[in-house]
Design a protein around this ligand. Structure first.
Ligand code: TMP
Length: 214
């Protein structure tokens, strides 16, 4: 009998939502539970496309808004085969950001929503998207934003609005795969909410892998 496929779980969130900490904790917890897990960060800055994205984010280079949008998407496509291969082999793949960030950030800059969606059409569809939100007061009380391109309050506010539209579109096209988690509490409290959402996905009978926006 073939091994059941692995689950594909995506984390999204604003800066200072504690996303990276939560993802790392989750991976450790799943491993301790005896599961094969792989963490995939997007953007994956280790590839040649990823290095162009990194240079853009660090404002060492400038690119047209559409061009950088397509590079972020190309960066996902160049990793898509490895994700599918791992899932088929029963590995749980956890992605730290995915195409939903791609849409929210580019739409926040003014690109049309339909343009933002298009290049990701057909990518592996996650079984679950865990979106960590923090209210602006809590975000403001956490460590200062870093130095990367989008780390300003104004941009983050617009991105947050766009994420709500992305969540609606996901619901319309793909049903109940989007879980919004309030990440204002302590790291432990938030981890418990994350764990509940993840285990409900892992315990469900997830279907054969779908395709994003199809
Ligand atoms: P990171 O801080 O999680 O490494 O993400 C880098 C930045 O890139 C973050 O501000 C979100 C942004 N981003 C996009 O604009 N488009 C995308 O497709 C992705 C994955 C991230």
């Amino acid at each position: 009998m073939m091994a059941p496929r692995g689950a594909f779980i995506v984390f999204e969130g604003l800066d200072r939502s504690g996303k990276t900490t939560q993802v790392q904790r989750l991976v450790q917890r799943l491993e301790a539970d005896g599961r094969a897990v792989r963490l995939q960060k997007f953007p994956d800055r280790t590839t040649s496309i990823g290095r162009m994205i990194d240079s853009y984010l660090q404002t060492k280079s400038d690119l047209d808004d559409r061009a950088i949008h397509l590079l972020f998407s190309a960066n996902r496509w160049e990793c898509a085969n490895a994700i599918e291969r791992d899932l088929a082999q029963g590995v749980t793949v956890i992605a730290d950001r995915y195409g939903f960030s791609g849409i929210a950030f580019s739409a926040a800059k003014g690109l049309p929503f339909s343009f933002c969606l298009q290049p990701d059409t057909g990518l592996p569809l996650p079984d679950s998207v865990i979106y960590l939100t923090v209210n602006p007061e809590v975000a403001a009380s956490r460590a200062a934003y870093g130095l990367e391109r989008y780390e300003t309050k104004d941009i983050q506010t617009r991105v947050r609005e766009r994420f709500d539209e992305v969540a609606n579109e996901v619901q319309r096209r793909h049903g109940n795969i989007w879980h919004t988690i309030d990440a204002s509490g302590s790291v432990d409290d938030v981890q418990e909410k994350v764990w509940a959402a993840v285990t409900s996905t892992l315990n469900a009978d997830f279907p054969s892998m779908g395709r994003l926006w199809m």
